[in-house]
Design a protein around this ligand. Structure first.
Ligand code: NOJ
Length: 747
């Protein structure tokens, strides 16, 4: 182990020695940490404190960067506490060496958007959410952390836990979909995966729950747009995944670009000081989003960059990503009495604490290990896991006439569509370390699977976006010559992601026309839809016999798809977001209210809450996803139908695999509070279990409904239950309820 190298650490070490042995070990550790932090803080000038709160981007850029040739000099003079977008053990070492030239030698903290893998790429988060598999999601985040940490990263700007109910918003790809319960489970799994057993382990990185808060509710799905949420929706729908991330130990939070009820989230005291650091007692630090402090000037909330810094710091935003407000203005703001130094100290302490916990004061390069990087980044064992998580994320939307799985003895396969030989698009929008050799295309996946057994012909047919149909004839001919057709269509990697909002969420370009032309051949057609968001594709949904929604699946996309196409893996994914029939239905989500004039929207539209030109029903409902086998539900039992206040209810049912193939089912439990002092959604997901069954096998499942699952915010915004009747629903999707019952909560 390296010896302490700076004055600050030497002081801290003395402090540690004084405490150990004089109290209990845990308390001693905590005191030791606080003393270490204070020992550094007391040496810092106001300028160095402001520098500690300052974060700059490096080489790669994920936002509107400012060209600043003085950055290195600023690092050397202690004016930078953290950098983002510096990749690799070597490069992080180089910059760390610069920080160690500063007066106090406080190491830099390196952060990066490791959203769904570093080099080994996993499915986009929305895709992974479709697995409803918390073990897999946690494992994927862990592998991402293992690789990123070996490449010098201390911190990932993930998970994004924003609830999203508008598929126009391109960042739906980065979250877990529309539901607060599923979103909370996934937030927890991702935080645990990234942070591993312990902050400071070299196979873990700090997690960052973002974007606090409400970012996913951008008006009209336009990125960075205004958010105006009721307090009820904020607390019931948008905050729970953040709370879950916090409870799982998330070390950091990122605030958001958007305003919320007229106050930009970055300058929002209610969010950051009252809720996060107050009520929730968050001990980590809050980083701003890219330039979001300075952008409060554009919002019309701050008069200049310095004023924005003042507002952000007062509101509880600890680190300034790329606005330069803190570094340039905080010292003067403190000296003029506009910002209390104690608040600056608190922000600095929060950041130093993490640097100590990461062990950076002992060894600033402990994460930047070239040998470990070489061994772990893209390791073959990681790819195996990536393949498995990718298979788990695929959703079988439709399988008419059991076109799937494909017969492995199939002789002639046509692969058609612009995404057939693509690699880049499987990487998605956030591929931080893209390397095309690390990706398996669908064509390669099919070739790997079928080998010489099948003749696989590929025809692109058209581009992803273009209007040309010049390739249609060749595509049709290729289809005619085949026994079965697999079509690979969808969005390009840069059509969903940050600043990738779309006003048209249809299948881009000529792709649906291509599907029509190919389906017209009469050959069995399987459509693979690859996208970062729910798309609308009504003609395909009605006419193509089989559809797999594959999102962007990452490094092992082609192999995972081939596993599912052939039945080597039986698909079990379920949609984490409702798929509309048209943009006119948006926002559409399953947990809607009944209204005073409820309607299915199919026939009874007169004076009902419905459309005259389209059903209310989505194309595919939340929770939908088929399997190659059939599951039957039975024997619903409730431990009681009259529940005393504060008591729990036990619900059991049997699940049988009634088909001939082993498979997994996600059994979903929904509740409805029938009458309450505040209207409640027609159904809310409250629990689920993913169950694996052999053919013919039956399992009994048990769920416990605690009083928390029956609670809601009453008219006074108190989290409480109210006596009365509840409807209980168990099923395979929000629109495929198999078992139904009622119980009463007594006074
Ligand atoms: C802006 C994005 O909103 C945020 O999620 C990301 O972490 C930062 N840029 C850094 O790239």
């Amino acid at each position: 182990m390296r010896r302490p190298f700076c004055k600050a650490v030497a002081t801290a070490t003395v402090g540690a020695c004084l405490v150990v042995g004089s109290t209990t070990p845990l308390l001693a550790q905590r005191k030791t940490l606080e003393q270490k932090v204070d020992s550094v803080l007391q040496l810092m000038t106001l300028e160095e404190k402001a520098g500690q709160l300052n974060q700059y981007t490096g080489d790669a850029v994920t936002g509107p960067a400012v060209n600043d040739p003085t950055k290195l000099e600023q690092i050397r003079s202690g004016r930078v506490g953290s950098m983002l977008n510096i990749r690799g053990a070597q490069r992080t070492r180089e910059l760390q060496a610069e920080a160690l030239k500063s007066r106090l030698k406080i190491p830099l903290l390196f952060g990066l958007d490791v959203i769904h893998g570093y080099q080994t790429t996993f499915p986009i988060p929305l895709g992974e959410a479709a697995s409803w598999d918390m073990t897999a999601i946690r494992q994927s985040a862990h592998i991402a952390a293992v690789e990123a940490a070996a490449a010098g990263q201390h911190w990932t700007f993930a998970p994004m836990v924003d609830i999203a109910r508008d598929p126009r918003w391109g960042r739906v790809m980065e979250g877990a979909g529309e539901d607060p319960y599923l979103g909370s489970q996934i937030a927890r799994a991702r935080v645990l995966g990234f942070q591993g057993e312990k902050i400071g382990a070299t196979d873990a990185v700090l997690a960052c729950a973002k974007h606090f808060a409400g970012y996913g509710a951008a008006q009209a799905g336009r990125d960075y747009h205004t958010v105006d949420l009721s307090r009820r929706l904020l607390w019931e729908v948008y905050l729970p995944p953040f709370k879950a991330a916090l409870d799982a130990g998330a070390a950091t939070f990122m605030n958001a670009f958007n305003e919320l009820d007229g106050i930009p989230s970055t300058g929002n005291r209610y969010l950051q000081r009252d809720i996060l650091k107050g009520q929730w007692k968050f001990q980590g630090f809050v980083v701003s989003d890219w330039g979001s402090i300075g952008e409060m000037v554009n919002h019309g909330f701050a008069k200049d960059n310095a004023d924005a810094g003042r507002l952000a710091l007062l509101a509880g935003s600890d680190m300034d990503m790329e606005s330069r407000s803190y570094v340039n203005s905080l010292p003067a703001l403190v000296k003029s009495g506009q910002v209390p130094e104690e608040l600056v100290n608190d922000a600095v302490r929060r950041i130093l604490r993490k640097k100590f916990e990461l062990g950076l004061f002992q060894n600033p390069n402990r994460f930047s290990d070239v040998a470990r990087e070489k061994k772990l980044v893209g390791a073959p064992e990681h790819r195996q896991i990536a393949r498995d998580v990718a298979r788990k994320s695929i959703v079988l939307l439709k399988n008419e006439g059991n076109v799937l799985p494909l017969d492995k003895k199939t002789k002639r396969i046509a692969l058609i569509g612009p995404l057939g030989s693509s690699k880049l698009n499987h990487a998605g929008f956030w591929a931080v370390n893209y390397d095309s050799t690390g990706y398996v295309s669908v064509l390669e996946g099919l070739q790997n699977k079928f080998g010489k057994q099948a003749n696989i012909q590929y025809a692109r047919g058209c581009g992803i976006k273009g209007e040309s149909q010049a390739g249609f004839a060749e595509a049709v001919k290729t289809a005619q010559d085949a026994d079965v057709v697999v079509m690979a269509v969808g969005e390009a990697y840069d059509m969903s992601g940050e600043a990738k909002s779309r006003t048209d969420i249809g299948l881009p370009g000529q792709q649906e026309a291509l599907i029509k032309a190919v389906v017209a051949t009469g050959k069995p057609v399987v459509v693979l839809m690859m996208a970062g968001r729910p798309l609308t594709f009504n003609w395909t949904a009605e006419h193509a016999p089989a559809i797999l929604y594959t999102w962007w699946l990452g490094s092992e996309a082609g192999n995972a798809i081939a596993d599912v196409l052939t039945g080597d893996y039986n698909p079990a994914g379920k949609l984490p977001m409702t798929f509309p029939r048209s943009l006119g239905q948006v926002p559409i989500f399953y947990a809607a209210k009944n209204t005073g004039r409820p309607s299915s929207g199919d026939k009874d539209v007169l004076y009902k809450s419905a459309y005259i030109d389209q059903t209310n029903r989505p194309q595919y409902a939340f929770g939908h996803g088929l399997s190659y086998t059939k599951f039957t539900y039975g024997n619903l039992k409730l431990s009681t139908t009259q529940l005393g206040a504060g008591q729990s209810l036990t619900v059991s049912c049997t699940l049988t695999n009634a088909g001939k193939t082993a498979g997994e089912e996600v059994v979903q439990l929904y509740l409805r509070d029938l009458v309450a002092s505040v209207t409640r959604p027609i159904m809310e997901l409250k629990d689920f279990q993913k169950v694996q069954l052999k053919p013919g096998e039956t399992k009994t499942l048990t769920f416990t409904i605690t009083s928390d699952k029956l609670s809601f915010y009453n008219q006074d915004m108190q989290w409480t239950t109210e006596p009365g009747e509840f409807r209980l629903m168990l099923g395979s999707a929000s629109d495929d309820i198999r078992l139904d019952s009622k119980f009463e909560l007594l006074k």
